[in-house]
Design a protein around this ligand. Structure first.
Ligand SMILES: O=C1O[C@H](COP(=O)(O)O)[C@@H](O)[C@H](O)[C@H]1O
Length: 254
């Protein structure tokens, strides 16, 4: 397991700019090592606006060899305000040169079980040489309850080790029906980056990063077996932490 880096920024704006640089630098690294594509898994929620603002601002960004997947998705039509794909289409994909056929989206017209299998099949095909998809980078969020992707506290899906993508029909956060990457896929990634901002995340961050009573929360089960693990926080989110964190100056690169 690799070292975890907890990095705190004085503002969400600085966090966003550094995140965008980190994505761009890992893309360059992946393309110079392997050459074929840079695979990036996106989460929904607050990440959409951060990436939509800061990624297109990276100078000379070339996404023509990127492959986009979704760490989880809500089973709603793409034009529904809850659709993560729909939000990224409007806020990010329309602003960068990512080829449409390199975006692996779910088929929201399918029943949820079939939708999960269909999306797992798309991943299998795209990562043809691997049994389990190994993403170059996954960007994750964390809810105030400690959930990440659509993996919720005390949910049986936390034990899922057979499937790469699973359906969920009883999501505690609406909408009820979603599909999600499972922990084996998340923990196989080469680089996992959590992004958490705002004071509402402070208590759960304390628990996830510094431990506490009770069963482990989903976000604390993210421990990439060989990849890097970053937690990028703003000051309000980090306000309850007492362990050592990094505080880079403006414009720093990770
Ligand atoms: O429902 C979801 O929530 C999490 C956390 O979102 P945030 O707005 O608190 O950052 C998100 O990572 C996940 O993709 C989404 O489906």
């Amino acid at each position: 397991m690799s070292e975890r880096r907890v990095v705190v920024f004085s503002s969400a704006a600085e966090l966003g700019a550094t995140l965008a640089q980190l994505v761009s630098s890992r893309a360059e690294k992946a393309l110079s090592t392997d050459g074929s594509f840079f695979s990036l898994g996106l989460s929904g929620g607050s990440l959409v606006n951060i990436l939509g603002k800061d990624l297109p601002a990276v100078q000379n960004l070339d996404c023509s060899k990127w492959l986009i997947g979704f760490c989880d998705e809500r089973l709603v039509p793409f034009n529904d305000a809850e659709s993560t794909y729909g939000l990224y289409k409007n806020h990010l994909f329309s602003k960068i040169n990512i080829p449409e056929n390199r975006i692996l989206a779910i088929d929201p017209s399918l029943p949820v079980d079939e939708c999960a299998d269909d999306y797992a099949g798309k991943l299998r095909k795209a990562f043809s040489t691997q049994q389990i998809p190994v993403f170059d980078m996954l960007l994750l969020g964390m809810g105030p309850d400690g959930h990440t992707c659509s993996l919720f506290p005390n949910h049986p899906l936390l034990q899922e080790i057979q499937r790469t993508v699973a359906p969920i029909t009883d999501s505690p956060k609406p909408p009820l029906q979603r599909v999600t990457m499972t922990l084996p896929v998340v923990n196989a990634a080469r680089c996992v980056v959590f992004v958490s901002t705002g004071g509402s995340k402070a208590p759960v961050l304390k628990q996830v990063l510094e431990g506490g009573e009770g069963p482990a929360l989903p976000a604390s089960l993210v421990t990439p077996s060989q990849g890097e693990l970053f937690w990028l926080l703003d000051e309000p989110a980090a306000s309850s932490l007492t362990s050592q964190v990094e505080r880079p100056g403006p414009g720093a690169k990770l």
